[in-house]
Design a protein around this ligand. Sequence first.
Ligand SMILES: *Cc1c(COP(=O)(O)O)cnc(C)c1O
Length: 360
Amino acid sequence: MSKRIFLSPPFAGAAERKAVAAAFDSKYLAPCGPDVERFERQLAALAGRRHAVAVSSGTAALDLIMHCLGVNGDWTVFAPTLTFVASVGPAFHRGAKLTFVDCDSQGLIQPQLLEQALKACKSRHKLVLGVDLYGNCCDYGALEALAAAYGAQLVVDSAEAVGAVRDGRPAGSAGVAAIYSFNGNKIVTTSSGGAVLTDDPELARRAAKLAQQSREPVLWYEHREVGYNYRLSNILAAIGCAQLGRLKTILEKRRRLYRHYLELGGEYLEHSPGGNCWLTIRLLASEQARDRLVEAFDRADIEVRPVWKPMHLQPVFAGCPVVGGETAERLFRTGLCLPSGTGLTRNNLKRIDEVLLNMV
Ligand SMILES: *Cc1c(COP(=O)(O)O)cnc(C)c1O
């Protein structure tokens, strides 16, 4: 029996193993160390930002940004309804009101609908949360213009978009701050990890301090504010540096995979030329056709997954307003994420293609 094919497993090997061993031998098993600083410098360069703060997850990165901006119950946060729940969890936990906005055919927040929502909003404090879904950057220019026009802060969740660009601007470069995720299934992974990207030195300093229990720089443990334990360990940062060394290869492979699927025929969620092609998404004619394809992949022991279920359809957000929503619902019901791992072999692809080509 051949082995199960996973959706987007980590792509790592000798380089990562060597980096971990070197970090271990350097006695920096303790959480802080030189690899964290190196990783942060590389991340800032990749995002075209002055500062990067490496943390324990993408969710932690968003939580720190929400804390630093002072998001609370007086705020309304505008987010695309089509996203992973982690995009909005930190704002939700701070008591912010959430307003969901429909997406375009690429799954990215739709600027005209966002403007409608901003126009109707009575809150004193507003925050627009852009999400670079499936590795395509949202329309940074349009979101910046809207945020400025309506007095809103702009934060961008680039968790899925490491290495992507739009109009010459890298993912992670837009908004007062943006985040990356290095979770196990993302484009590059540290097993678990994330980063805050920003040009604001005060926000970067505060996020880094909050991530380490907000300790004041004195001999004893002095705290003027209560922080978190969100720092990324030095060992994981070492893995991150090794992964960034492979980024070019990873992007080439993911983009090639997307083109391969396109050549097989059928409909797909469009990836922009600058997108990182994190996952390739097949679009089916109906929910039933999607389910049939899921069953066929299941029989072949191949992991696939429906598109994110929109936030306005989640029981926990039943009371939240949504502007539009039909496009997100259609993508959810008819979209299927296909295996997109960097390490997929020719044989793996043969098995996947067989399922797709045998589809009725
Ligand atoms: C993965 C992901 C996150 C959260 O990142 P973690 O590192 O898993 O906490 C946030 N937003 C989006 C859109 C994601 O895909």
